[in-house]
Design a protein around this ligand. Structure first.
Ligand SMILES: C[S@@+](CC[C@H](N)C(=O)[O-])C[C@H]1O[C@@H](n2cnc3c(N)ncnc32)[C@H](O)[C@@H]1O
Length: 258
């Protein structure tokens, strides 16, 4: 009797890569990031707080631009935080930044001169209104909040919603005007309103999967291949459904005085 033997894989050295092709964990071009850093550096912040920082690429660039500034990034993802610490060390910023593994929900951090919250308002709560009021609490008077937040570019159809993410609903996002109105109601004025372009989305979503797609193509018999293929296919189908429907707004917000 012969026994079919699957190729032996030496876990965990042989795992699919994770997000190695991304610079930012969102649709953000080098040109826009440079302009944002320049705008925020103009405030001459002494302190930067990055909510749901991941590996904190934009925070690190802001700290590099403002040598007196100290930063704290909070996130619950240990691997991304470690990537941030490695990047800080490589750029000589380790003494001016802390990557803290903790939830941002009800955080005792802040207030800070600049608060970054990029694709991460869910870290402050499910409802955007309260999350925006929390950002107002976390930023010092005279400071800035840079919020990266999803919005509907147009109302999605029922068929599109069914193809996006489990339980996707029109109430998951606002339109851009309502989003900015909510920020104003929470105690801000918008200094700058901009939105990710289709090019930025395509760059981001391609880079999001590219390393794992290449890994899968060369490791089709790996024990993790089946679940990896399913994850990639599900995400690609969702992305190609929300492409052009889901937007990402970057709002540079000035807190109004109480
Ligand atoms: C789309 S990523 C954005 C990461 C980063 N802001 C960036 O732009 O590169 C969202 C991040 O929010 C983090 N997050 C989710 N819930 C959180 C919570 N309760 N507290 C802190 N971070 C959280 C996730 O771990 C993830 O790193």
């Amino acid at each position: 009797m012969t026994t079919a033997t699957a190729p032996q894989h030496d876990l965990p050295d042989d795992l699919p890569p994770r997000l190695t092709r991304l610079t930012f964990h969102g649709p953000l071009s080098e040109a826009r990031a440079t302009a944002m850093v320049r705008r925020l550096a103009g405030v001459q912040p002494g302190s930067v707080l990055d909510i749901g920082c991941g590996w904190g690429e934009l925070m690190l660039r802001l700290l590099a631009a403002v040598p007196r500034a100290h930063g704290v990034g909070v996130d619950v993802n240990a691997a991304d935080l470690e990537r941030g610490r490695r990047a800080a060390g490589a750029r000589g910023l380790a003494g001016r930044v802390e990557f803290a593994e903790e939830s941002a929900m009800g955080t005792g951090r802040g207030p800070a001169d600049v608060v970054l919250c990029l694709g991460a308002s869910q870290a402050l709560g499910d409802d955007l209104g309260p999350a925006l009021r929390e950002l107002r609490r976390l930023v010092a008077d005279g400071g800035r909040v840079l919020l990266g937040e999803g919005f509907w570019q147009r109302t999605p159809t029922e068929a599109e919603l069914a193809g996006m993410w489990p339980g996707a609903s029109p109430s998951d996002h606002h339109d851009l005007a309502t989003l900015v109105d909510l920020a104003v109601a929470a105690g801000f004025r918008p200094e700058w309103i901009e939105t990710a372009s289709l090019d930025e989305w395509e760059e981001f979503e391609s880079a999001y999967q590219a390393d794992t797609e290449v890994w899968l193509a060369t490791n089709p018999a790996h024990p993790l291949a089946t679940e990896t293929r399913a994850r990639l296919d599900t995400h690609r189908a969702a992305w190609l459904t929300y492409r052009g429907v889901l937007g990402l707004a970057y709002l540079t917000l000035v807190p109004t005085k109480a």
